[in-house]
Ligand binder design. Structure first.
Ligand SMILES: [Zn+2]
Length: 562
């Protein structure tokens, strides 16, 4: 599942760039802005082969301030990753000087007052080894394609999130055999003029900073989602067809747009590319007018249904719920990620894209690990489910969490704050539940006693079940890193099965979090291999669990949450 910090899907406008006559190495010529209130940024891109890898060369031009001093920001971290991908940053004019500010991740640019400032830099691949999570958050620079984001590759003058800007992007120097696919348009090889590789965006800094920029050897499929244009830019070979991916995106993203009764989209780009492994890793992320999906080469398409509904849901939560406030972001992780997780499953279930059994199984995983958890996905998923039930109980089923979510979109002229989320929920809650909601946010306590099946009743019942906690019995991460058993605890199931500190591990199979799947290890003692197998069970505890009692929702669509 995916973790993502910030995104927005604010309106943007495209305007045609004025061009020089076509030439072999034509450059875009962008008209001057007629709105001096907006800062104007011009990015030009080229790819150079360096040995068997590649470098994305970027030039940035902006109008310097009248003070002669500007601060520029160099991407140094994103999505929990430290980045070292920006190299060779330098001014292109002798009368511009760039100095670093110690420890601030920013640079000071001194220039002639109000003169254009020209900077160039390289974006390089700053990791080694196969492409796998979480390296997709680093600029992906290869000899056959590049895929970067505003957050990891665009050096820019310091700007507030909602500062109005005009950004021009010149992609004409990329290899002519490359497809261009960005948040602001897609151009296939051999289609359109080179003018189409000049993109202009009139919007806010967040539109550009939260955008996705890809180019290279992609196959392109154009299609509609509920009559709005969409593009799939896909790489790799898969156990399913490109057409099947298109159909899946139409169903999954369409279901989310139907939930919100909102089709206000100029365009959607979905990039789809493989991680360098067969199973077990995937990532989806949401960007301005775009999503990306990375997945293991042999996984099923069905594994991406809730990934697609999840990323689409972020368009509204938080994208269309009001201006995002930096100081509020860390307070709202449960609402942003956990509520999105809940709705990703419920919308997929309502639209019959996943079964009730699957939705229940996913809910139960969060319910099992809720008590004591500080994970915003787990916290928020369970809180959403509880809140929906509490609203339904208090309003005699006349209202639900859906009404709270839609009210937050309707009041998007106000900033998205914890206080506003709570106040909107409060309007549909009994006083005791208002207090419970605040308690749930204040401390990682257990699931509230009045937890109900909410929207899934009466096809699902809730019971308080006894179950085993997951306990591997040793330090799994340290052991795998050292290829030796480490931190084995006496009295654990691993110890009872014969595992001891220092044993060399020649093979391992364990399902973290699942106490009912056997953990199996091949250990080597004095060059003798042996097999250790046990159930990774800790103490017994109790947690609410959902159980399907009737999946006849197909016959009665209003039941079972449909
Ligand atoms: Zn998310």
């Amino acid at each position: 599942m995916f973790r993502f910090a910030r995104f927005s899907m604010r309106a943007f406008a495209l305007c045609a760039a004025m061009l020089l006559p076509a030439a072999a190495d034509a450059q875009c010529t962008f008209s001057n802005s007629s709105t001096p209130a907006r800062s104007v940024l011009v990015y030009r891109f080229a790819v150079r082969e360096v040995g068997d890898s590649a470098v994305l060369g970027v030039t940035l031009t902006f109008t310097g301030s009248t003070s002669g001093i500007d601060t520029i920001v160099v991407p140094a971290q994103w999505a929990g990753q430290r980045l070292h991908a920006i190299r060779n940053l330098h001014p292109r004019d002798a009368d511009v000087r760039i100095d670093s500010i110690a420890g601030r991740g920013a640079l000071v640019v001194r220039h002639t007052a109000a003169a254009p400032v020209d900077i160039s830099y390289d974006v390089v691949k700053d990791w080694t080894g196969p492409l796998d999570h979480p390296y997709e958050f680093h600029p992906m620079i290869f000899s056959d394609y590049v895929e970067v984001t505003g957050a990891n590759a665009l050096v820019h003058p310091r700007a507030d999130r909602y500062e109005p800007v005009i950004a021009h992007f010149d992609w004409t120097a990329l290899p002519p055999s490359w497809t261009l696919a960005t948040s602001f348009g897609t151009v296939e090889v051999g289609v359109g003029a080179s003018a189409d590789r000049c993109q202009t965006v009139i919007g806010t800094w967040s539109d550009i900073g939260d955008a996705l920029y890809a180019a290279g050897e992609f196959r392109v499929r154009r299609f509609d989602i509920r009559d709005k244009p969409a593009v799939l830019a896909i790489r790799g070979t898969w156990p399913f067809s490109d057409s099947a991916v298109v159909a899946e995106i139409q169903r999954d993203v369409g279901a989310v747009r139907a939930f919100w009764h909102d089709d206000n989209f100029p365009y959607l780009l979905v990039t789809w590319a493989p991680f360098d492994r067969d199973y077990g890793s995937d990532d989806g992320s949401a960007f301005t007018n775009a999503l990306w999906i990375f997945m293991s080469r042999k996984e099923s398409l069905a594994s991406q249904v809730t990934q697609l509904t999840h990323e689409s849901f972020h368009t509204w939560d938080p994208g269309r719920m009001g201006a995002q406030v930096d100081s509020e972001e860390s307070k709202l992780g449960w609402f942003r990620e956990g509520f999105t997780m809940y709705y990703a499953d419920m919308i997929a279930h309502r639209a019959r894209l996943i079964s009730l059994a699957t939705a229940v199984e996913r809910a139960n995983r969060h319910l099992r690990s809720f008590a004591g958890s500080t994970d915003p996905y787990t916290r928020g998923d369970v809180i959403a489910r509880w809140l929906d039930g509490a609203i339904r109980a208090h309003t005699h089923n006349t209202r639900s969490l859906d009404d709270v979510m839609r009210a937050l979109v309707q009041s998007a002229n106000q900033p998205l704050t914890l206080e506003r989320v709570l106040a909107t929920a409060d309007r549909n809650l009994a006083p005791s539940d208002r207090k419970t909601l605040r308690d749930l946010l204040a401390a990682p306590g257990p699931v509230p006693a009045n937890f109900s099946a909410g929207v899934l009743a009466p096809c699902v019942r809730v019971s308080l079940d006894s179950m085993y906690a997951f306990d591997a019995g040793f330090d799994v991460q340290a052991s795998i890193a050292a290829s030796r058993a480490t931190g084995v605890r006496e009295g654990s199931a691993a110890y009872a099965a014969g595992m001891r500190d220092g044993q060399r591990l020649a093979g391992a199979s364990i399902y973290p979090g699942n106490p009912d799947k056997p953990a199996v290890f091949t250990v080597v003692n004095d060059s003798t291999k042996s097999r250790i197998s046990y159930l990774p069970r800790g103490p017994v505890f109790a947690a609410p669990q959902l159980h399907v009692v009737d999946d006849s929702g197909a016959a009665q669509p209003v039941r079972c949450g449909r």
